[in-house]
Design a protein around this ligand. Structure first.
Ligand SMILES: Cc1cc2nc3c(=O)[nH]c(=O)nc-3n(C[C@H](O)[C@H](O)[C@H](O)COP(=O)(O)OP(=O)(O)OC[C@H]3O[C@@H](n4cnc5c(N)ncnc54)[C@H](O)[C@@H]3O)c2cc1C
Length: 492
């Protein structure tokens, strides 16, 4: 690979990068994308997703602009709606009202038009029946405001985005990792990249950084998220090592957002160190609201039913990491077995089973089994069984009198077979990153835009804090990727 020059250089080849590249190309600018990964591992975390995308919609009339529905589906399925106010409420609530107001308004306000635009580029969407809908009296009912997912999940999304890029004449350079920014007189003029061990100089009138956070870098995780984070597993790509953030900070960009925070979930204890595309996100174990969790000391440590899993799963990974030996058991009984998500039925699962609580507990290695059995019995005795169980609403079926109560969906564990799944912490992405303005220009420590430098996606700080509403990572990358690409092209 030789040195080359382009109008807009996009660093990364995930969802944010693809949207940036396509938006820049629309203006007539010449565009290239750099991908650190080889082609078979392309697309970063975006490839690892299930493709869920949080978007404002007001009913079926909006959804048919994003995906095709049969007349039967239009009539029989209750898709509900998801208003801008609801999205804002969710963003505020899960981020403890720290989310940047201007950027959050843009994320929400442009979500629908951005997905529509993606569709014009060849991305396909579908209703997320598998994960976001329950059958009530034989009919599907969506919940949690998440009715849209990319067709083919993350791999389908990235595949169609890359096809669109190639069709638009945007080359994607694989195994080409940007290592530093070229800056002349305070203006970014390209990057130095490493391609198969060789340094390459790529000149550009504008650079868009869309190369992910630092979640795959154990040293940065430990430095910023804190002790034990080096022990977490990584749910996605091994290539998001914080390079984009570091190279921008090196020229004076402002660090911004929740540097001590990351999105992390319950993840199979024996999953590999980084994500495995064969398994995708199926190492996650998100049905804990239907059961309970105990740690190695045999005690419960969190309210599994505090809220719908969409609003708790991203913070409970950290809570599991903080437990002794960094793991927990998720325990269910036969009554809810059919309601467990598909990810519980994969073959790469760390699972034990028993026909009695005693038998189950006797198989819990590395755990205080005596205390665990007492915990299960105390939990059973504390359930308000007169309150009806209903997984579609926060049913208030709770425990009372426990040190850690369960607020909703508290079923007694009384029906064999009993099952327990061992989980640890899997980090999804880091929250801290660069500060951008409403045009996705990267700001320097003095608050001024750094000429020629734009950013989008995971490496932008200030939008997500502590947690994020599921499905908003891809929408965030798409909305700000499109803005960054268009702004970069305008300046080029
Ligand atoms: C298992 C899993 C499931 C998820 N599920 C969902 C979901 O259903 N919905 C949702 O909204 N979000 C989900 N997320 C979060 C979502 O993946 C991210 O928010 C989103 O994909 C981030 O997009 P991005 O383009 O910013 O980063 P990425 O998609 O990670 O792209 C970063 C790109 O930069 C490349 N790169 C890194 N360093 C360099 C470098 N130095 N030079 C060149 N290239 C580089 C990477 O290889 C990659 O191509 C999930 C994440 C994981 C891991």
């Amino acid at each position: 690979m030789d040195d080359f020059q382009v109008d807009v250089l996009v660093v990364g080849a995930g969802n944010a990068a693809a949207c940036a590249a396509l938006a820049a190309r629309e203006t007539g600018a010449s565009v290239a994308m750099l991908e650190a990964a080889p082609e078979e591992e392309r697309g970063g975390n975006s490839t690892y997703t299930a493709g869920a995308m949080r978007v404002v919609f007001h009913g079926v009339d909006d959804l048919v602009q994003l995906y095709d529905l049969t007349e039967d589906e239009k009539r029989d399925v209750d898709f509900g709606k998801y208003t801008a106010d609801e999205f804002l409420d969710d963003m505020g609530r899960v981020t403890n009202y720290r989310c940047d107001p201007e950027l959050t308004d843009i994320l929400i306000g442009r979500s629908f038009e951005t997905l529509k635009w993606m569709r014009t580029k060849g991305v396909r969407f579908q209703p997320s029946y598998g994960r976001q809908a329950f059958k009530v009296n034989g009919k599907y009912k969506f919940w949690g405001g998440l009715a849209v997912e990319a067709w083919g999940g993350g791999p389908g999304l990235v595949d169609l985005e890359h096809k669109a890029a190639v069709k638009a004449g945007i080359p994607i350079h694989y195994q080409t990792a940007a290592v530093s920014l070229i800056e002349e007189d305070g203006v970014v003029r390209g990057v130095i990249a490493r391609h198969k061990g060789r340094k390459v100089r790529i000149g550009a009138k504008a650079v868009v950084l869309a190369c992910g956070g630092f979640e795959s870098n154990a040293e940065m995780r430990t430095r910023y998220l804190g002790p034990t984070w080096d022990l977490a597993k990584v749910r996605g790509t091994r290539f998001n090592t914080g390079a984009g953030i570091n190279m921008a900070l090196a020229i004076g960009a402002k660090p911004h957002g929740n540097w001590s925070g990351g999105h992390a979930v319950g993840w199979d204890m024996n999953a590999p160190e980084f994500g495995d595309l064969e398994v995708g996100d199926n190492f996650q174990k998100h049905s804990y609201p239907l059961g309970i969790m105990v740690n190695a000391n045999g005690v419960r440590f969190v309210d599994e039913g505090a809220d719908f899993r969409n609003y708790t799963y991203a913070k409970y990974g950290r809570v599991i990491l903080q437990q002794p030996k960094q793991f927990a058991w998720q325990i269910f009984d036969g009554k809810v077995k059919q309601q467990l998500r598909d990810e519980y039925r994969i073959k790469q699962v760390t699972k034990i089973a028993g026909n009695s609580l005693e038998e189950l507990v006797s198989k819990m290695d590395d755990t205080d089994q005596k205390v665990a059995l007492e915990t299960l019995k105390k939990y059973n005795a504390a359930v308000r069984t007169e309150i009806a169980f209903n997984p579609n609403v926060k049913d208030g079926r709770r425990t009372e009198g426990l040190e850690v109560n369960k607020s909703n969906w508290a079923n007694t564990l009384d029906t064999p077979p009993f099952e327990a799944y061992a989980v640890t912490c899997g980090i999804t992405f880091s929250f801290g990153g660069l500060k951008i303005d409403t045009q996705a220009r990267v700001l320097s420590s003095d608050g001024e835009p750094i000429p020629g430098l734009y950013a989008a996606g995971e490496l932008v700080g200030g939008i997500f804090w502590f947690n994020y509403p599921g499905g908003s990572g891809l929408t965030n990358g798409a909305v700000f990727g499109k803005i960054a690409g268009a702004s970069a092209a305008r300046s080029a």
